[in-house]
Design a protein around this ligand. Structure first.
Ligand code: GRF
Length: 217
């Protein structure tokens, strides 16, 4: 078996997507190994998930750095020291500098709680409900310098139900995130998806990267 890809997960909060990645990677046949969890928040609850899985953690506060570039450089140093090959953003509440993104282009992915390119940014579920769309979802994508953009690797469609509140829609969407993020990481780590000329190129045309969540089940 080829070596599993050394992967870091970057978090700022509770880390449920991190947990989904840890759980997937607990199977040694999974092509990525989570070797580092990094946070810009020293007491991010998600760090405890890493510790209980025996994964190394590192926290550096952006507040200790004068600007975005110097924080990103410090973060990049940590990633290099751990010989990180793939970086997964999982609720990492920082805009990354173009330099950081370019340096790791094709090896840097994110999970976002909408069907991109719709509803980029924050407060997604509130805006989804306000817009009255009947189907929402989530997207795992390569990171490009512009916020919440970049070629799509996997998506799940989630129904918006009559009577939904932000919390209920968020919970339904989150469960779908937990399904597609490990799927996307697995595709990238195994080389079955690559970023080429600004597009996600799949090695296998039968790769099933669209998930429909059925509300009636
Ligand atoms: C998720 O909804 C993710 O899509 C967004 O931030 C949230 C992180 O949640 N980028 P968690 O920390 O993984 O539970």
């Amino acid at each position: 078996m080829t070596a599993r890809k050394r992967t870091a997960v970057l978090i700022s909060g509770r880390g449920t997507n991190l947990q989904a990645l840890i759980d997937a990677a607990a199977d040694t046949r999974f092509p990525a190994e989570i070797v580092l969890v990094f946070s810009n928040i020293a007491d991010a609850p998600g760090l405890a998930r890493a510790k209980s899985a025996g994964i190394a953690t590192e926290a550096i506060s952006h507040r200790d750095h004068p600007d975005r570039e110097s924080f990103d450089t410090a973060m990049d140093d940590v990633l290099r020291q751990s010989e990180i090959e793939i970086v997964c953003l999982a609720g990492f509440m920082r805009i990354l500098s173009d330099n950081f993104v370019r340096r790791r282009e094709g090896r840097l992915i994110n999970i976002h709680p909408s069907l991109l390119p719709a509803f980029k940014g924050l407060d997604v579920h509130r805006r989804v409900l306000e817009a009255g769309v009947r189907i929402s979802g989530c997207t795992a994508h390569f990171v490009a310098p512009e916020l919440d953009s970049g070629p799509i690797i996997a998506q799940a469609a989630v129904p918006v139900l009559v009577g939904d509140a932000e919390e209920t829609l968020a919970a339904r969407t989150l469960a779908a995130e937990h399904r597609i993020y490990p799927l996307a990481l697995g595709l990238l780590a195994s080389g079955r998806v690559k970023l080429e000329n600004g597009r996600a190129v799949f090695a296998d045309s039968s790769a099933n990267t669209g998930v429909l969540i059925n509300p009636l089940r």
